[in-house]
Ligand binder design. Structure first.
Ligand SMILES: *Cc1c(COP(=O)(O)O)cnc(C)c1O
Length: 406
């Protein structure tokens, strides 16, 4: 029952086993297997159901604020003096980033499956807040697993989740960060199979999560492609997005994958440089391995232990990456480049000053790469940068980096 491989298309994956080439799959405990298979079956039914699509569309429009704008960044374009830069404005969504796209889709799936309890993992707390938001909207109890280290350093988001009615469970295992929180959420899921829905926050995890998160986030690229055709009458030359787990990036990229004239660039967190361990560039400096139910590029030491990594932006601080990106990397359809903390910080400041838009530090990584290539391009060329979120959440980090007091 393998889907026939369609030659010359990058948009047909994953296969029936959830593989993108050698990446992906579902490496889970036997006890989780029935849940994963049930989720896959329900998702396959839901995605073609007009009622499901209509409800998601309605919430996307009236609750999240879609479609998000495709904005010509004239100030940045003038400043850089090369190709025209456009921003896809995911920062304008309810809760301030692209994460709500995925959360709305998955909460509707949970409702359809008759699940009564939502669990989620979170690193910096952005996905935790988005999950707590949709759980509040639908009246479900919500438990968010968060590394104890992250709980301590992200107190405003912890408080937001509590206001929204969620329970935040600090995870002390490992280094108390996102990887450990995700392990704990998977454990909860196995023990509460009957009533619980696990709302994963990025395009990673066991199949079918990478596929379904991608499909919910693809609204970004589908809109951007149509908006570009309407505003400029043609496709862009380059599209750029930052890659943590890879959900905003695959959401922008997927609808463009078969447009061979469009160059596609994913930006990883280069942190303090790729020489040591203080980065999160799993595809530029990692090796394939298995984590959180799928095979993908991972930050590992010589013994195969997963490293924690580092980035100035908490949202890019994941030691793995969604499996579809690993496959797109090895197929050379998408190019993945690192951007350093300092470069992201500079892009953050420049965008704020010349556009009057405070970008998320994650998104600032994508802008920083645009700053490198745009001046080398012609004035009639076009670059789209995915502005995955707004930077209000990052002002404390930025103040500290700049040695300033708030
Ligand atoms: C969480 C987050 C990211 C990284 O997650 P992806 O799954 O890689 O998209 C990027 N930008 C913002 C604003 C985020 O909140």
């Amino acid at each position: 029952m393998n889907k026939p491989a369609m030659p010359n298309s990058f948009r047909t994956g994953p296969d029936e086993q959830g593989m993108f080439g050698i990446f992906g799959g579902r490496f889970v405990a036997e006890t989780l297997m029935p849940l994963i298979l049930d989720l896959e079956e329900q998702w396959n039914k839901a995605k073609d159901d007009p009622e499901f699509k209509a409800e998601l569309q309605n919430l996307s429009t009236h609750y999240a604020g879609r479609p998000s704008k495709l904005y010509f960044a004239e100030g940045l374009t003038k400043h850089l003096g090369g190709a025209k830069v456009y921003f896809k404005r995911e920062d304008l969504n309810h809760t301030g980033s692209h994460k709500i796209n995925n959360c709305l889709g998955q909460i509707l799936l949970a409702k359809r499956m008759g699940k009564k309890r939502i669990i989620a993992e979170t690193g910096a707390g952005q996905h935790g807040v988005a999950s707590a938001t949709v759980a509040a909207r639908f009246g479900y109890p919500c438990v968010v697993y968060m590394g104890a280290t992250d709980v301590a350093r992200q107190s405003p988001n912890v408080f937001r989740m509590k206001l929204l009615g969620a329970e935040v469970r600090p995870v002390t295992a490992g280094h108390g960060t996102l990887k450990d929180a995700m392990n704990e959420a998977l454990r909860d899921w196995v023990t509460n199979v009957e009533d619980t829905y696990y709302l994963i926050g990025t395009a990673a995890g066991p199949h079918p999560y990478p596929e379904l998160v991608r499909d919910f986030q693809s609204v970004i690229g589908t809109e951007a492609r149509a908006q570009m055709l309407e505003q400029e009458g043609r496709l862009p030359d380059v599209i750029i997005a930052c890659v943590g787990g890879g959900s905003n990036a695959i959401g922008l990229f997927h609808p463009f994958l078969d447009d061979s004239q469009v160059r596609i660039i994913g930006i990883e967190a280069g942190g303090r440089g790729l020489d040591g361990v203080e980065h999160c560039a799993s595809m530029n400096a990692g090796k394939p391995g298995v984590l959180h139910g799928n095979r993908t590029y991972l930050l590992q030491n010589g013994d195969g232990q997963i490293l924690d990594g580092h980035s100035i932006s908490a949202g890019l601080d994941y030691p793995g990456v969604g499996p579809e990106h690993s496959w797109l990397r090895d197929s050379s359809r998408v190019q993945y480049e690192p951007i350093l903390d300092d470069e992201a910080l500079e892009a953050f400041q420049l965008t704020t000053r010349v556009e009057g838009i405070i970008p998320a530090l994650e998104s600032a990584h994508a802008i920083a790469h645009a700053m490198k290539i745009v001046p080398t391009m012609d004035k009639d060329q076009i670059v789209i940068v995915n502005l995955s979120g707004r930077g209000d959440k990052d002002v404390h980090t930025v103040a500290k980096m700049l040695g300033m007091e708030i």
